[in-house]
Design a protein around this ligand. Structure first.
Ligand SMILES: [Zn+2]
Length: 100
């Protein structure tokens, strides 16, 4: 029999007695798109292309690795609290763990 541990409260999840919830999180860093003002009289596309390449390369080289992918097991209690407050904002402290 497989035992699961809630990744939030670290309690064991007995799947015979309660459901197990799996939260899958994907975070992608979204770089701002580079936009250039193009005047009508610009016809030197190669110069523009070089400028774009330079900007893109500099930007990517400086960008830290921010992407994240994770899968977390939650017990029923934590699932409920997670739904109320997925981003873990102030409300979590107010709820506390008094019901235990
Ligand atoms: Zn839990």
């Amino acid at each position: 029999m497989i035992h699961y541990i809630c990744d939030r409260c670290k309690r064991q999840i007995n799947t015979n007695e309660q459901p197990r919830y799996v939260v899958q999180i994907e975070i992608h860093s979204m770089a701002d798109e580079v936009t250039l003002d193009i005047d009508d009289d610009i016809d030197q596309l190669s110069e523009l292309h070089q400028a774009l390449e330079g900007l893109a390369c500099d930007h990517l080289d400086d960008e830290p690795e921010l992407d994240h992918r994770g899968s977390y097991d939650l017990c029923a209690d934590c699932h409920r609290q997670f739904l109320r407050n997925p981003l873990g904002r102030d409300a979590v402290a107010a709820f506390g763990f008094s019901n235990n």
